[in-house]
Design a protein around this ligand. Structure first.
Ligand code: ZN
Length: 180
């Protein structure tokens, strides 16, 4: 009989949107797999991502903007806070690449793989006048939203937090570097 873990006394804010109490079974490898909620994109569908929810609950803080919750155990269904760690999107790509090398089918099947891989491209931060500020090899910049940086690079928005952003491959030294 596997042991079962129930999460009681959820914060009131959380209860307002989902009153179902998360229940997990503990697998032989110590992973907590959710049995009370279904899966969404391969993750327990507790507020859209059981692993993110559990990391946040356990660490008593929100996940910092642009950061991801990674599985040390390589089991995307797992919500055991001891198997989770915070990381950057770049770290997650490295994980996915390593997994891909070990097992190509599995790596390419990761639902977030394509999105994260594109977002891990090096970006250049520019002033609104197009002057170079800094380069960020992972596509992640502390204090900024990675998705907004990349939508600026793709020309979907004109700036993010008062800066222009371009992909390194699109950056022209001395050029006008207007976003594509
Ligand atoms: Zn686990």
């Amino acid at each position: 009989m596997p042991s079962v873990i129930r999460i009681k006394n959820l914060p009131k804010k959380k209860l307002a949107t989902n009153t179902k109490e998360p229940v997990f079974v503990v697998t032989s490898s110590g992973c907590w797999e959710c049995i009370s909620h279904g899966l969404k994109n391969g993750y327990a569908n507790i507020f859209g991502g059981g692993h993110r929810f559990m990391w946040s609950l356990w660490n008593k803080k929100e996940i910092p903007d642009g950061m991801v919750v990674r599985h040390k155990c390589d089991n995307s269904k797992c919500c055991n806070p001891h198997h989770l760690e915070i990381g950057t999107q770049y770290d997650n790509v490295q994980d996915a690449v390593k997994r891909g090398r070990r097992n190509p089918a599995r790596g390419s099947q990761l639902p977030q793989f394509g999105k994260i891989a594109r977002n891990a491209r090096p970006v250049i931060q520019l002033t609104m006048d197009g002057e170079f500020v800094s380069k960020h090899p992972n596509g992640y910049v502390d204090g900024f939203s990675a998705s907004k940086i990349h939508s600026t690079c793709k020309g979907k928005q004109s700036q993010h937090k008062g800066y222009k952003w371009v992909y390194e491959e699109d950056y022209i030294i001395g050029g006008n570097n207007s976003c594509k």
